[in-house]
Design a protein around this ligand. Structure first.
Ligand SMILES: [Fe+2]
Length: 182
């Protein structure tokens, strides 16, 4: 299986989104390693679940951001996310039933993810960047270079994403904006 490496072709230029995409690639590579080592079914099931959890978290984050940025193609973008999410449980079921699906799931996810980032996600980048710039002007302390510490009430992070605590802080700040306290 191909080793997926992050490169600039995948960059949206939106730091938080790029970091989350890198994390998705990392999980995909964990899936590849698990498949190649023929790890126990439980271990690979855990990676599949992690992929699903982190993807849901990332899509949710992205959709909220696009909504607040007023991205006009959001309904279409959401639909693309939905269709993707729907495919993973089917792989989980087949995997649980003993079918060797890891190569198939890895290749499907890798193809989909790279295509989605390079096309759909990069399309929204100008709108989101303009929005974040405008918000940073309104509230430099919140979005500027000297960001405040994470706020209370952050959402639970998916498994193995804990090391990204600082990033969840940013999510929390963005959530605060979404709930109208900016
Ligand atoms: Fe997306």
């Amino acid at each position: 299986m191909e080793v997926l490496q992050w490169n600039e072709v995948l960059a949206t230029g939106i730091e938080e989104i790029d970091d989350q995409h890198k994390r998705l690639l990392e999980i995909l590579n964990q899936l590849r390693v698990a498949a190649e080592r023929r790890e126990r079914k439980e271990a690979t099931a855990e990676v599949l679940q992690q992929m699903l959890d982190y993807t849901i978290y990332h899509f949710d984050y992205e959709e909220k951001l696009l909504e607040h940025a007023g991205y006009e193609l959001l309904p279409l973008h959401k639909r693309t996310h939905e269709l993707f999410i729907r495919r993973i449980p089917d792989f989980q079921k087949r995997h649980a039933a003993g079918e060797d699906v890891l190569q198939e799931v890895h290749d499907m996810l890798a193809r989909w993810l790279v295509h989605h980032i390079q096309n759909d996600d990069r399309n929204y980048a100008p709108t989101v960047k303009a929005y974040l710039k405008q918000e940073a002007k309104k509230s430099p302390s919140r979005y500027g270079p000297t960001r405040p510490q994470p706020l209370e009430g952050e959402p639970p992070a998916p498994a193995k994403a804990d090391k990204r605590g600082a990033k969840r802080g940013f999510w929390s700040r963005l959530s605060g904006l979404f709930s109208g306290d900016a």
